[in-house]
Design a protein around this ligand. Sequence first.
Ligand SMILES: Cc1ncc(COP(=O)(O)O)c(C=O)c1O
Length: 462
Amino acid sequence: MSSFERRKFSINRNTGEPKPGRRFSIGGPSTQEANSKIHRQFRAAHEGHLPHAGLDATRASTGVVWCTERAAEYGFLDAPHEWANLGQGAPEVDDNIEGSFPRPKTLDISENSREYGPTAGIKPLREAVANLYNEHHRKDKPSKYTWENVAIVPGGRAGLIRIAAVLNNAYVGFFIPDYTAYNEMLSLFKNFAAIPIPLSEEEGYHIHPEKIEEEIARGTGVILTSNPRNPTGRVVQNPELAEIQDICRERATLIMDEFYAGYNYTSDCDGATISAAENVVDVDEDDVLIIDGLTKRFRLPGWRVAWILGPKEFIKAIGSCGSYLDGGTNVPFQEAAIPMLEPELVKREMVALQRHFRDKRDYVVKRLRDMGFVIRYVPDSTFYLWLNLEGLPGPISDGLNFFSHCLEEKVIVVPGIFFDLNPARRRDLFDSPCHHMVRFSYGPTMETLKKGCDGIERVVNK
Ligand SMILES: Cc1ncc(COP(=O)(O)O)c(C=O)c1O
């Protein structure tokens, strides 16, 4: 078999026709190779010895990007204001939310910030993050976070990749469904084995402590989860969260992605956030890594400022691996983030956020129920609805078809299949437990949500 014949095949997205995967810089076999059986055999057994490995362009696109590309085929990029983009997981960013502090419009850029910053982040911001968690979650605890327990990272995804880069040779358990980017992140590094843990739809995709026990019994050494959970919009809270942390203590590392911690509607919008930081016994001994940032709960996705909290030793490694991965978070925005993390200000901000987003949740849940959608578990957190389409007529009862009918009405949602994290590409599309679902984001403004619900209503009525 020649190297040409071994090329990967993929599907042309526009025509649906199979097309040869393009591998750059790789020509056909030389005459010398074509005439030598042993060379051909060697080549067949050692693909890594191809003259140039080149690029693998199939790794480029994640779920939301793919959805936006499809929407572009229906004119989304030419007139985005006519559309309701309920696909991208982003909150509204304007200053119109009652009680929310106005975001800075200018930055005072210090001369110091022209230099390379430390890859673990600047010390005053690391201190501000530690102080926020101590005030909100560890007031009565003897063990407190310090700046050395915090690394500042350029956004959540960069943070997750930094964590993945320092993971040891372990089974890493992750849940299905969960945040789409875990898919790429878990297949990027080869130093650990990713193990899927499917959650039951009947139980509202709840993560039971017994499930964690089972995982640990099978040898899982690291557990990664968003909490509050993307895309289901449900949160694991105390006492179950504490129970899970007790089970994991001294047995497994917990990676808690708390990017939606602020979007908590379980305590009557009192501004409380749910965090694993509350149950950590010793900040340097409990293997709990917490990741959050300005992206969602401070409604600043463009700033690219996020943080990881955890034991000093891990944070040191996570901080320094920024030197070969991303180079660190831009310093002027780190400086501008410091005053935003004052604990009392954050508390007031969370109250405003929770009231506003709970109202939007209530609006979309009512609209969708009136259209006939069955929503068994009203989300208690995040700004997502994980919608089951099985009750809809056949042609729109799966995520991909529903998505494409929505595009005709200028509405973007995300087909559920993207949340079926499948890093080893083990499962066929039609076998996926997420095939009949879509994720609906009520992050955008009320005006956009109305437009989106009207569009979905037209799809359903058609
Ligand atoms: C669970 C979760 N974690 C992390 C992120 C990433 O945040 P960032 O935009 O800061 O990379 C997201 C964004 O959608 C998310 O849903």
